[in-house]
Design a protein around this ligand. Structure first.
Ligand code: 2AM
Length: 485
């Protein structure tokens, strides 16, 4: 085996790993590969990587010896204990200053832990999100690296050259921040993806059941939408899905069972939102909508008992379609604003310096949520790097203002037709809640103080002073200190 010649080594030759290696090779980097099951190394070298500069290693020592210093080792192994096991196997062969990159779908708290424990040993850890699926990995993914900043300059040329590029050539890869922030940003990306998909599904059902559009007509509507402000990968593939015919010539979409699967990153986003106390309601509804779809048998049973409204199909076709389009667009704005609220809260909690505009740029190309819309988010943070909430940027506030009546009308139409729109309606409620200076939580605080003496703050006194009222004349004068407000 040649020594010290490879720019980077990659462990884990499943499809994503293989495609990243081939992508790096295409961009002129010399890559060493290793896999626990070593027969996969030979298969890869003799087939997919035939004729390339990729070097196959059969042992961990050979693999490490083939790398230039500082060694750059990227792991594309199964998330979870396999990452820890592989790092443990690697460690005896590494020296201070070497770099370990985890490109799998790891939970960010694992990456926080790995970054800290490897830093104590002088090893620089990067946890990176890689999005775009198999095709993205091969041709240009979105790459979201975070961890030990000292490692960035050593991997930056490789990552930025293999990443997707936006129109002006800017790579969809930049440094995210400290600790597990790279994997956190990937998790938020996936959560937002759940939300975007659910919004499209709600638009679909509303156009189908409320207006009676056929799959061919839907394909036309989504093709049109993709030419405007909704221009995005998910809208584009949706139009193609509606146009696809089964072998018998009928629309394939009508033959697909309506029970959704999920792998857990949407759930992780919601768990983090609950931990941070951030109202990321749209992604929450998107996760629960998948759960509701999955209990298919129960729904079929219920559909025989429970009836909805008997509303005739709408007749104002153009207006109906535009209401749904605007409802989708406004809801999408709300979803991204919520996602960014969570990102900011996590940055405060974990002491990460996140480049919020840069994150939007990383999602502009290569990944599943890529869209024209993300350029608007980047612009908002360019205009004001300390923007406290996306909805307060004039582009977004003006759009919500302009589309508001139509957005409400879209939600009302859904309710009238008995079409479930949990994501559209939670976006509307969030908007109405967020723009309300005085919510009914005064009553909630009174109730808590009534039954539990939890105390309340007053509008006519400074914040931080707590009061208790003896509501019935029967309770004692002692207030509860068990709960925080
Ligand atoms: P394998 O081919 O030997 O199974 C995706 O599953 C990738 O992760 C594969 O390359 C797989 O290797 C690797 N992988 C899964 N569990 C692993 C472990 N405990 N140690 C090392 N690699 C592992």
């Amino acid at each position: 085996m040649p020594q010290d010649t490879c720019d980077i080594g990659l462990i884990g030759l499943a499809v994503m790993g293989q495609n990243l290696v081939l992508n790096m090779n295409d961009h002129g980097f010399k890559v060493a590969v290793y896999n626990r099951t070593t027969s996969k190394v030979d298969e890869f070298i003799n087939h997919e990587a035939k004729g390339t500069n990729v070097l196959g290693a059969h042992t961990m020592p050979d693999f490490i010896a083939s790398l230039k210093r500082p060694r750059r080792v990227m792991l594309m192994v199964k998330a979870g204990s396999a990452v820890d096991q592989t790092i443990d196997e690697l460690l005896p062969f590494l020296e201070a200053g070497d770099i370990v990159i985890d490109g799998g779908n790891s939970l960010f708290t694992d990456s926080n832990r790995r970054e800290a424990s490897l830093a104590a040993k002088g090893i620089l850890f990067i946890g990176t999100g890689v999005s775009g699926g198999e095709e993205g990995a091969r041709l240009g993914p979105s790459i979201m690296p975070g961890g030990n900043a000292a490692a960035w300059e050593h991997v930056k040329p490789i990552f930025q050259s293999i990443a997707a590029k936006v129109e002006d050539g800017t790579p969809c890869c930049d440094w995210v921040g400290e600790g597990g922030s790279g994997h956190y940003v990937k998790m938020i990306h996936n959560g937002i993806e759940y939300g975007d998909m659910q919004l499209i599904c709600e638009a679909y059902q509303l156009l189908k059941d409320g207006l009676g559009l056929t799959p061919d007509e839907l394909a036309g509507v989504f093709t049109e939408w993709n030419k405007g402000e909704l221009d995005s990968y998910l809208i584009e593939i949706t139009s193609e899905i509606f146009a696809k015919k089964d072998e018998d010539g009928s629309p394939l979409i009508d033959k697909i069972l309506d029970a959704a699967g999920q792998k857990g990153t949407g759930k992780w986003t919601c768990e983090s939102a609950l931990d941070m106390g951030m109202p990321v309601t749209l992604i929450g509804e998107a996760v629960f909508a998948r759960c509701l779809s999955a209990i298919k048998d129960a729904r079929v049973e219920a559909s025989k008992v429970l009836t909805g409204p008997a509303t005739a199909k709408a007749a104002d076709r153009a207006e109906f379609i535009e209401d749904v389009r605007r409802a989708l667009y406004c809801s999408k704005i709300i979803s991204y604003a919520q996602g960014y609220m969570l990102l900011s809260a996590a940055a405060r909690e974990y002491k990460w310096n996140l480049n919020l505009g840069g994150i939007a740029l990383m999602w502009r190309g290569g990944c599943i949520i890529r869209s024209r819309f993300l350029a608007r988010i980047k612009e908002a943070f360019d205009k004001n790097p300390t923007l406290s909430n996306l909805l307060l940027d004039s582009f977004f506030s003006d759009t919500l203002d302009k589309y508001q009546a139509s957005w409400r009308s879209g939600c009302i139409r859904a309710i009238q037709h008995g079409v479930p729109v949990p994501a559209f309606s939670t976006a509307m409620s969030f908007f109405d809640g967020f723009r309300t200076a005085r919510l009914p939580a005064n009553l909630l605080q009174a109730q808590r103080d009534f039954f539990g003496a939890h105390t309340y703050e007053r509008v006519d006194q400074p914040r931080g002073q707590f009061f208790h009222t003896n509501w019935t004349g029967r309770g004692g004068r002692v207030s509860s200190t068990t709960y925080t407000v």
